[in-house]
Ligand binder design. Structure first.
Ligand SMILES: NC(=O)C1=CN([C@@H]2O[C@H](COP(=O)(O)OP(=O)(O)OC[C@H]3O[C@@H](n4cnc5c(N)ncnc54)[C@H](OP(=O)(O)O)[C@@H]3O)[C@@H](O)[C@H]2O)[C@@H](O)CC1
Ligand SMILES: Nc1ncnc2c1ncn2[C@@H]1O[C@H](COP(=O)(O)OP(=O)(O)O)[C@@H](O)[C@H]1O
Ligand SMILES: [K+]
Length: 516
């Protein structure tokens, strides 16, 4: 499991080591890790010798790390320039950098454009402006320089220089991921000691590029460490959460998922959710809804048990309500009954409107940002879509605390939050998954995992998460399976949601291949 901490937590973990005189050694470890990531990026694009690196060096230790790393690059035959952004630059690092042949330029009132052009012409820019010592957005002449570099170098993907962020892209709030001012979007980030929470969600995750965590021995993964601000499940964690069929199982012990989805108007959502739930692995799907929708489901999935009855008669371990259930009062009633049943229930799309003021953590809301705007607006908390997308962890957690529900907020990163405060952020997906019906399959996967987890007491302990975070972890596992299934499908071309069940099955096979 990837664990991410706030800048403050990382600084507290550094404190005893700094007090013991380890500061310089820590910086060398950080610089070595930064150098190794830079060298990897350059080797993949033509090698180091004869190429050029520009370091944006702030006045703090972040600039020091970047200068030491650039000195190593200079010693391997690279042309290295440092742009000093502050009167005082880490003196020891600067001495080593110039001794290695590095050139120093200073940002002044009238050379912003010339220096931006120098950056745009480089093969690599190392962003060593600010790290965990940052307060607020980039300001003053530094902000102007970053704007000018962005204007000259172009957006990521089109531009010549690759950008490597030292500890984090400067200008990203390392706690929330919010970006208030200019920022140089990185192709990769080398972050020290532990991932920073703001690099895992929202705008910060987009700006960070590929994340490399460099271990500098801060001890943030040992038993005495504080709880992480954000977690990210890896394959082995999803495997630990997944309930494997047991020798003496029958279909009811494996889990029955009741689905009240689809309507005369939108029957497809029910077919997609059912297919995804079956592919995830489940004892039975019981479908409740209009006869015509049941017939359509059975024409594709004959194993689904379809009826037009109510929630009370359809014994299930978990419920999925909402996808495609629009303008259908009977589906709305089933949604309300499922939400108040006390069983785990995935509440998607139209059913979000049926959620009472407070519920329990076994109720899992799965809005996208637009749906969350409406949901919070209806509870007297006006918010914009942009605000949610810039800082999704904050809004997912606020919604979880407000309602008592577990929240899965969809998007580029999918964030899940437990009302007890635990947050997960998954980045397994691909923008190819941004297509109609994709969310219905995610809901089906999550419904199946929830039905299996309902009777699986030790699931949270197996995955190493607190019991209160069980449903948030299960929701994160669903996002992982959905995202990876999308990645697999995208290898063959644009994703067609109807094709996802085959890929979901393959991802689950990959989970089962992880030893128990
Ligand atoms: N400690 C350790 O053990 C290790 C730390 N390590 C490294 O140190 C980094 C933290 O270094 P740090 O504490 O020196 O702070 P850092 O982020 O470089 O900048 C602080 C200065 O920037 C300025 N400034 C602030 N906000 C600003 C803004 N919005 N816009 C413009 N300027 C702004 C402000 O200066 P002022 O404006 O006050 O003159 C402030 O003094 C950490 O991320 C990691 O890379 C590694 O080597 C491993 C070991
Ligand atoms: N840019 C993106 N990158 C990765 N995944 C994305 C992106 N945009 C959307 N997704 C994912 O695609 C799915 C879309 O869900 P949703 O909007 O509910 O679709 P629908 O309601 O049409 O079924 C979600 O799982 C979401 O996380
Ligand atoms: K930085």
């Amino acid at each position: 499991m990837l664990q991410a901490f706030t800048a403050g937590q990382v600084r507290s973990a550094e404190e005893p080591l700094l007090a013991a005189g380890q500061g310089a050694a820590l910086m060398q470890k950080a610089a070595h890790g930064l150098f190794a990531v830079a060298a990897g990026m350059l080797r993949d694009s033509g090698g180091l010798y004869g190429r050029t690196v520009v370091v944006l060096a702030g006045g703090g230790n972040n600039g020091g790390d970047a200068l030491y790393a650039a000195a190593r690059l200079a010693r391997r035959g690279m042309g290295a320039t440092a742009i000093a952004l502050s009167e005082r630059i880490h003196p020891d690092a600067l001495a080593v950098f110039t001794a290695a042949g590095g050139r120093l330029e200073r940002l002044t009132a009238d050379n912003t454009d010339a220096l931006a052009a120098r950056c745009a012409a480089a093969d690599l820019i190392i962003d060593g402006v600010l790290g965990t010592g940052a307060s607020g957005a980039l300001r003053g002449p530094v902000a102007n320089l970053i704007d000018a570099v962005n204007a000259k170098a172009g957006p990521r993907g089109d531009r010549r220089p690759q950008v490597l962020a030292c500890d984090g892209p400067s200008g990203v709030d390392l706690d929330s991921g919010r970006i208030e001012g200019p920022v140089l979007r990185a192709d990769a980030t080398a972050t020290f000691g532990a991932a920073k929470a703001g690099l895992l969600t929202g705008a910060g995750a987009l700006a960070a590029g590929e994340l490399n965590v460099i271990d500098i021995g801060l001890g943030l993964s040992n038993g005495a460490a504080p709880a992480p601000a954000i977690r990210r499940l890896e394959l082995a964690d999803a495997a630990a959460l997944y309930r494997r069929p047991r020798t003496a199982d029958h279909k009811y012990t494996r889990g029955v998922l009741g689905i009240a989805a689809g309507s005369e108007q939108y029957p497809g959502a029910a077919v997609l959710a059912t297919g995804a739930a079956l592919a995830t692995g489940i004892g039975m799907v019981r479908y409740l809804g209009p006869r015509s929708v049941g017939a359509l489901i059975n024409s594709v999935h004959p194993e689904a048990v379809c009826s037009t009855g109510g929630v009370a008669e359809a014994r299930s371990q978990a419920w999925l309500v909402g996808p495609g259930a629009v303008g259908d009062p009977e589906q709305a009633r089933r949604a309300r009954d499922a939400i108040t049943s006390g069983l785990p229930v995935v509440v998607d799309a139209g059913a979000l409107a049926e959620v009472p003021r407070t519920v329990g953590p076994q109720v899992i809301l799965t809005p996208h940002a637009g749906e969350l705007v409406a949901f919070l607006g209806g509870r007297g908390r006006p918010v914009t879509r942009d605000a949610i997308e810039a800082s999704p962890a904050e809004y997912a957690l606020e919604t979880a605390r407000l309602t008592g529900a577990t929240v899965l907020l969809k998007g580029y990163t999918t964030v899940t939050a437990a009302p007890s405060g635990e947050v997960f952020s998954q980045a397994d997906a691909t923008p190819w998954l941004a297509t109609a019906g994709s969310g219905d399959t995610l809901a089906g996967i999550l419904g199946a995992l929830a039905a299996a987890a309902a009777g699986d007491g030790p699931a949270a302990a197996r995955a190493g998460v607190p019991e209160g975070a069980k449903w948030a972890a299960v929701a994160a596992a669903a996002a992982l399976i959905h995202g990876r299934a999308g990645q697999r499908a995208a290898r063959r071309g644009p994703v067609i949601v109807s094709d996802l069940p085959g890929e979901i099955g393959a991802v689950v096979a990959g989970l089962l291949a992880v030893p128990d």
